[in-house]
Design a protein around this ligand. Structure first.
Ligand code: NAD
Ligand code: DAU
Length: 336
């Protein structure tokens, strides 16, 4: 199989590329990534010389480039490329609309022209907005609460429309919060771990009681792999999640305990505007259809993830300098 992966230098995409090349050494993987602040070649340094892997630096909104890459005998597309940080979308939404919505359109158009056999649109559980009393099923209404979530909802429904209108074999995934190695340290878990390692405050939004369903990134990768190789599921949406719901304060507490740091590093700060109180997804459908379900204990895998950041300072220290410090000062109002 020849696979075009977009956004493969980011957190989930880089873990996915490595997972796929390990599992299917004969596949060819083309990684199209713009190398935004979140796209980091170090995430795939270990496979850069693999002859079955090639990297193309470019933008998914570049019609000619996308047309060329998909037209060169590509069998399937997995679209991870996106602007992904909710806080950045609140500060400046434009780039989210351009990449997440228009970029997805460019990929779908080329996929349609070249009769791609499978197009996986990596959407997100953020498209549902608040999960009220029950975790959201795939039929729950979409009520995205941030510009990021709204742009992902646009792309999600655009992908569906390419199946409904043109029979492009699209599958849409809505996964919950991922954690694991190589996550850019603007997201809560790597931010808190790396701040704690440097004895710096952990900025907890609001009262710290907001909850998310946390899934280990390689479990998410495995679910995408199953969907990529499935048949008869065109146009379908699948939630992916672990069912492990934890609040911000619970996670901050685990991180500090594992690292042997004081709770006094917890610092309650101004809340995120439109902050979703609870994200939670019902994963009955993927269990029923593909026999996939999360098997991993959050607390055990979180501890391994914390140790990964502890043991890989050379990965994150260069990131948390330069323009990152500028971002931190502007966003949190303090020096890092
Ligand atoms: P990330 O921010 O770590 O990586 C995004 C990657 O996309 C980067 O490598 C970046 O350079 C690349 N990119 C951005 N704009 C691009 C463009 N215009 N053209 C080409 N490449 C571009 O993101 P992530 O956390 O790995 O998320 C990957 C995907 O999974 C996103 O679509 C996101 O919405 C979705 N998702 C993420 C989570 C999560 O918890 N992180 C959960 C559910 C869904
Ligand atoms: O639900 C899936 C989504 O998960 C993905 O679609 C997004 O791309 C991904 O970024 C993530 O979104 P969140 O907003 O949930 O992730 P984040 O790590 O930014 O925040 C997790 C929780 O932690 C949330 O309740 C906000 C809180 N938080 C976050 C930061 C950055 C803090 O309390 N302090 C912080 O400094």
């Amino acid at each position: 199989m020849k696979l075009l992966v977009t956004g493969g230098l980011g957190f989930i995409g880089s873990n996915f590329v490595r997972y796929m090349l390990n599992k299917y050494p004969d596949y060819r993987i083309i990684n199209l990534d713009k190398m935004t602040y979140a796209g980091n070649p170090a995430n795939l340094a270990d496979i850069a010389d693999n002859p079955h892997y090639s990297f193309v630096r470019g933008d998914i909104i570049d019609v000619q480039l996308v047309e060329k890459l998909i037209g060169e005998g590509c069998d399937a597309v997995v679209n991870f490329a996106a602007e992904t940080h909710v806080d950045r979308s609140i500060a400046d939404a434009g780039g989210f609309i351009t990449t997440d919505v228009y970029g997805t359109f460019v990929l779908l158009e080329a996929a349609r022209r070249h009769k791609i056999k499978r197009f996986i649109q990596i959407s997100t559980d953020e498209v549902y907005g608040e999960a009220e009393s029950e975790p959201c099923t795939e039929n729950a209404p979409l009520n995205p609460k941030s510009p990021y979530a709204a742009s992902k909802a646009g792309a999600d429904r655009l992908a569906f429309s390419y199946w409904a209108t043109y029979q492009l074999p699209v599958i849409i995934t809505r996964c919950s919060n991922n954690y694991g190695p190589y996550q850019y340290p603007e997201k809560m878990i790597p931010l808190f771990v790396t701040n704690a390692l440097e004895d710096k405050p952990l900025p907890v939004y609001g009262d710290g009681q907001n909850t998310r369903d946390w899934i280990y990134v390689l479990e998410h990768n495995a679910a995408i792999d199953l969907l990529l190789h499935s048949s008869g599921l065109d146009g379908e949406v699948f939630n992916i999640g672990s069912g492990g719901e934890y609040s911000i304060l619970q996670i901050a507490g685990i991180i500090l305990k594992v690292l042997g740091k004081t709770d006094r590093l917890i610092c309650l700060v101004k809340d995120r505007p439109g902050h979703v109180r609870r994200h939670a997804v019902n994963t009955d459908k993927i269990r029923r259809v593909l026999n996939w379900q999360s098997q991993i204990s959050f607390e055990q895998e979180l501890e391994k993830t914390i140790r990964w950041y502890q043991n890989n300072r050379s990965w994150w220290e260069p990131i948390k300098s330069g323009s990152y410090r500028e971002y931190y000062r502007t966003h949190y109002g303090v020096e890092l």
